[in-house]
Design a protein around this ligand. Structure first.
Ligand code: NCD
Ligand code: ZN
Ligand code: ZN
Length: 345
């Protein structure tokens, strides 16, 4: 049987939510990954070091006994963000990075930044202290076609920001386009990009496959096949700018299958398996460990895990849903279907 052994991977972009959902989803990530960068878009958002430390405690309490997992906390930037709280939180080991959500670009981004000029002092501090800036890279103007929002963000906001703050380190999160893949490797080691499993596996046809598919809807939305091909090439390129970030984003099934369905694909239960499928299809399993376990830690400046895991090419059935206490259910990627790889043992 084909198998692959590699250091425990790191998920550099995940949503855990809070309360019962947090308790239901954290174990999936904690079992599969040694660490994860946790997104701060709660209601209300995680804006201060104090809120982040309390959130980290709630996450740690949901990690199953005997499992080693380290959550890395992020600061939700607003027009009012306090550079001092951010840099002290970073110094104290609470904040790993800060997240820029352009206001109204995605789930729970209503408190996000209305214009990049509003956070000039924060960005100067981040550049001085070496705190990475994580970006949801989409413009929000309604006159811009939803499929062009990433490309236009890159030209209008990302590149000018990288030029204005020449030492700022940036991760363009969940890239979905050829333009995203191209730019991510064109600023040396100060720019990186995470890539999700769904953007490697599917193009936008998956949203309309025989009918409307709400569980395939996330932001940035799935794009054309040329973009998926560019992302697969980037992920398997062996370049250190591209690394694993699932963007696992659980929403209750009833809130996705709705008149105005929420954006987000819940991939945590099958994420490593899904990436393995992609690298296997690309005949690039030799590039997998760097993408999944090394390049992310390298960008952030922490040590990759020294523990090894083995996955085997053996199909595993994925449950139809994950029940969350008495409040609802979550439908993961590949629900009711099979994944081709599974964790050995
Ligand atoms: C994310 C969420 O649900 O929090 N949704 C998504 O579609 N990706 C937010 C985000 O990462 O933009
Ligand atoms: Zn996002
Ligand atoms: Zn996300």
């Amino acid at each position: 049987m084909q198998s692959l052994t590699f250091r425990r991977p790191s998920d550099l972009h995940v949503h855990f939510r809070d309360s019962e959902v947090l308790e239901a989803v954290v174990p999936f990530t904690a079992r599969a990954f040694c660490t994860a960068t946790v997104m701060p878009n709660l209601v209300p958002p995680v804006r201060t070091a104090r809120e982040a430390a309390a959130y980290r405690d709630r996450i740690n309490a949901a990690v199953p006994n005997g499992v080693r997992f380290e959550p890395r906390m992020t600061c939700y930037l607003t027009d009012q963000s306090d550079p001092q709280d951010l840099s002290e939180g970073h110094k104290a080991g609470i904040f790993t990075a800060a997240k820029l959500y352009p206001a109204h670009a995605t789930t729970n981004s209503g408190h996000g930044v209305t214009s990049i000029d509003k956070i000039q002092r924060v960005l100067e501090t981040m550049q001085d202290r070496g705190i990475p800036l994580l970006i949801h890279g989409e413009v929000t103007r309604h006159d811009v076609d939803i499929f062009d929002r990433e490309k236009i963000f890159i030209d209008e906001i990302l590149i000018p920001t990288l030029q204005r703050y020449p030492r700022l380190r940036v991760v363009l999160e969940h890239i979905t386009t050829k333009e995203g893949a191209d730019v991510a490797s064109s600023f040396g080691n100060r720019l990186g990009a995470t890539i999700t499993p769904q953007h490697l596996l599917f193009n936008r046809n998956a949203l309309f496959d025989g009918g409307l598919r709400p569980h395939m809807y996330c932001l940035p939305v799935l794009k054309r096949e040329v973009h998926r091909e560019a992302l697969r090439k980037a992920a398997t390129s062996g370049l250190p700018n591209y690394f694993l970030g699932t963007d696992s984003a659980p929403h209750f099934q009833h809130l996705k299958e709705a008149d105005c369905g929420c954006a987000g694909v819940f991939s945590a239960p099958v994420a490593v398996e899904a990436y393995l499928q992609v690298f296997d299809e690309e005949n690039a399993l030799d590039k997998f460990e760097n993408f999944a376990s090394v390049f992310g830690p390298q960008f952030y400046g922490f040590e990759p895990s020294s523990t090894l895991v083995t996955y085997v090419k053996k199909p595993r059935q994925v449950p139809a849903s994950v029940q969350v206490a008495n409040v609802g259910s979550l439908k993961s990627l590949f629900a009711n279907d099979e994944v081709a790889w599974s964790l050995a043992g």
